[in-house]
Design a protein around this ligand. Structure first.
Ligand code: C2E
Ligand code: CA
Ligand code: CA
Length: 709
């Protein structure tokens, strides 16, 4: 940020390229005429004025590059005029030359006192005056440039949370700034006169020295991370070098400790099941992805056992939420010990450490084993574990007897994707065959590939319905939390097929993405939404930004920028009324055109929001480098915001950091008054959710405009 702002200042130092504009002020008509003649010949554009008042009124209405001012004039004299010009222009660098009489020492003194830049004695030597004027005008441009630049740098330093060191070419600290922003153990040491690396622990010093060497080679900078410990707590400081003047380096350091802790909490919340500490669905999926890839390379199998309880929730009224959490921990523990014992007695199958246990929900538990020669033992293991978890579990004197169904899938039989193998176990449990059999353990079979065919059928029908114009848009209102009423809406796609009925976007969007149909869907959506905006505008409705969800696939196309630009131009829609909701993964994948396209669209004025924020990979500390305007706190945090202090802490961190970098923060999936109240207290800007309004067709949406007044 620092560098780009710096180069922006350098680039924007636009200088006026026409002739220099000069104002000559003298009560003597002859002097004015001679001046005009001589100076115009030297290339100046000359305006003249016969007294101070006229000069000031010229300066009020026109831009000049310099003033040549006679000292002695009737009415207000040159000195008073000079003072008033300074006041008017409020620019210390603006060149004013006062022309004084010969040997008039008092006038020279008075000239400088009144704020003149220079003086010249009459009769004026035009060659010298011309040179002097040119150099004063040039100097002003340079000074102004340096002044702007130093203002910018100092305001950047003020607003950034970075400490700054200036190092000479031996790495010795020459100057420091805002050290109080560093952990005190570090700030105590990094004082002028010390070598930076002598102030650091050995491994940090090595990293910094390497980055410094890189930075010294060119004017590029390299970022590095320094660890320090204080009061037994680890601190993380992120730093980078910027080439300064001569052989100096500027070192910017930022204490990232809090951000790292929040990120770690966020990681755990996103990747671990809070009640049991085992992997949650997200972590399971990413582990599976890796394991399945390894299987392909080593020609081995993975097996996935899914334990699904049909009636766990019925215990909650008896044992409460805390009891439910203990029940979950017991189930996880029984599964873990069961697998370990099983593998210890069959040590040719696999190492016990290879078993992965995950909890998908209150009633869904997963066991994964990978790198296997075969899965002939799977039914037996499934049975052993089933008996362990079926045995009654006592919580607070109440015995919970759980009814389980088990789905077993082998990576070879099911599709070799995490989603494929996981849903294979679900099909195994829920297939008509399984339901009819009355057995507890069900192996995924090829018949169950039926589902795959269902996907193909959905794709076929979707393709047809896109062509027939069956897709529709619904709109969900967004409300400001500081009494602003309706502040926007999100457009969501709706599909009702004549054979399948209503198909949820959660079902058909992934199929559309896999098949490439998403781009056609997106085109239809954009056209429909923009047309709808036009209709509402013509009806005189309140104009608020409308968000559309843009799939990464569409965002990566070559033409999306022109497409959206043409769409809004054609309808004369102000670009800021369109907002794109994109996921964090788009920001992370730097390979495609997505970021460039987003940046272009944003430069056009279109707003950009990160959807489902917090579930992906963005680290809070890098937010400021992304081309975005808004963060949308994911539903999962909002869902537990009133019951889980970590979810609340994370929502709070997102709001705080979002505000720090001037982003609008909205919470989605708000379903209760309590959640709304909590978000209001946390300072969230706006909300969207069933509590304030479900997505509805455009005709029905009118009531939200009406209630917004
Ligand atoms: P999303 O972008 O996160 O959209 C919000 C989803 O949450 C919508 O589901 C909305 O109906 C639902 N929702 C809103 N308020 C609440 C609430 O208070 N509680 C709960 N539980 N849910 C709420 P929907 O419409 O089924 O869309 C699902 C997903 O499908 C969207 O998630 C989005 O990723 C995708 N999608 C929908 N329309 C489009 C579209 O036009 N283009 C693209 N590319 N994707 C779309
Ligand atoms: Ca969305
Ligand atoms: Ca969302």
């Amino acid at each position: 940020m620092f560098q780009s702002a710096l180069s922006a200042t350098l680039d924007s130092s636009s200088t006026y390229s026409g002739p220099h504009r000069l104002l000559v002020v003298d009560d003597d008509l002859a002097v004015r005429m001679v001046s005009r003649y001589a100076l115009e010949k030297s290339g100046f554009g000359v305006t003249d004025a016969s007294d101070g008042f006229t000069a000031l009124s010229w300066l009020k209405s026109h831009a000049f590059d310099a003033v040549l001012l006679d000292a002695r004039m009737p009415g207000i004299d040159g000195f008073a005029t000079c003072r008033q010009i300074r006041e008017l222009l409020n620019d210390d660098f603006f060149p004013i030359i006062i022309a004084t009489g010969q040997d008039d020492e008092d006038s020279v003194e008075a000239a400088f006192e009144s704020g003149a830049t220079d003086f010249a004695t009459k009769p004026l030597n035009w060659r010298i005056i011309t040179k002097r004027l040119n150099s004063l005008i040039g100097a002003r441009a340079v000074k102004k440039h340096l002044n702007d630049r130093s203002h910018q740098i100092s305001s950047m330093l003020k607003t950034s949370s970075e400490a700054m060191l200036v190092l000479d070419d031996n790495g010795v600290i020459q100057a420091s700034h805002l050290l109080e922003r560093l952990p005190s153990e570090l700030s105590r040491n990094v004082t002028p006169g010390n070598r930076l690396i002598d102030c650091l622990q050995t491994d940090s010093a090595l990293v910094v020295e390497q980055a410094r060497a890189e930075a010294l080679k060119g004017d590029s900078f390299d970022s590095f991370v320094v660890y320090s410990s204080q009061d037994g707590l680890a601190h993380t400081v992120q730093g980078r070098f910027i080439a300064g003047s001569e052989n100096e380096l500027i070192c910017l350091l930022q204490d990232q400790s809090e951000a790292f802790v929040v990120e770690k909490q966020m990681f755990d919340l996103v990747h671990k099941d809070p009640s049991t500490g085992v992997a949650n669905e997200k972590q399971l999926m990413s582990e599976l992805r890796q394991r399945l890839r390894d299987d392909v390379e080593t020609n081995t199998h993975s097996v996935l056992l899914r334990y699904s309880a049909s009636d766990l929730r019925c215990f909650e009224p008896r044992i409460g939420r805390q009891g439910m959490a203990r029940l979950a921990r017991t189930i996880v523990e029984r599964l873990g010990v069961g697998v370990e014992n099983f593998l210890l007695t069959r040590d040719q199958i696999s190492e016990p450490g290879n078993a992965l246990i995950a909890r998908l929900s209150d009633s869904d538990y997963i066991v994964v084993l990978s790198g296997l020669e075969g899965v002939g033992f799977a039914d037996e293991l499934a049975d052993v574990l089933l008996r362990r978890v079926t045995a009654g579990i006592e919580i607070d004197g109440f015995t919970c007897s759980v009814e389980w169904a088990v789905g077993v899938a082998d990576s070879i039989d099911s599709s070799a994707t995490p989603d494929g193998i996981l849903s294979a176990t679900a099909y195994a449990i829920h297939s008509e065959v399984a339901l009819a059999s009355g057995r507890r353990i069900h192996r995924y079979t090829t018949e169950l590939r039926e589902r795959v065919y269902q996907d193909i059928e959905i794709e076929r029908l979707l393709r047809r319905d896109i062509a027939d114009g069956v897709l529709e848009m619904h709109y969900q209102p967004k409300f400001g939390l500081s009494g602003l009423g309706l502040i926007g809406m999100e457009a969501l796609m709706r599909w009702t097929n004549s054979e399948l009925g209503v198909v949820s976007p959660a079902r058909f969007i992934p199929i559309a993405e896999k098949s490439g149909l998403i781009v056609s869907c997106s085109h239809i959506m954009v056209e429909k939404v923009l047309d709808q905006m036009l209709v509402w505008r013509e009806e005189g409705r309140k104009q608020v930004p409308v968000s559309i969800n843009i799939s990464g696939i569409h965002l990566n196309t070559r033409t999306i920028v022109q497409e959206l630009q043409a769409g809004i131009k054609q309808r004369n829609i102000p670009p800021h009324l369109l907002e794109l909701e994109v996921t964090e993964s788009i920001m992370i994948d730097g390979s495609g055109k997505a970021i460039k396209n987003l940046t272009d669209l944003r430069n056009m004025g279109v707003r950009v929001a990160i959807d489902d924020f917090g579930t992906g990979y963005s680290s809070l500390s890098y937010l400021r480098s992304l081309p975005i305007d808004c963060l949308k706190i994911d539903r999962s945090f909002v869902r537990s915001i009133t019951t889980c202090s970590t979810a609340q802490a994370i929502a709070k961190a997102i709001i705080t950091v979002g505000h720090d970098v001037n982003l609008h923060v909205i919470a989605e999936g708000v379903e209760t008054h309590e959640q709304l109240e909590c978000l209001t207290n946390l300072g969230c800007d706006s909300v969207q959710g069933y509590f304030t309004g479900r997505p509805v067709a455009s005709a029905e949406f009118i009531r939200f405009f009406d209630s917004a007044g």
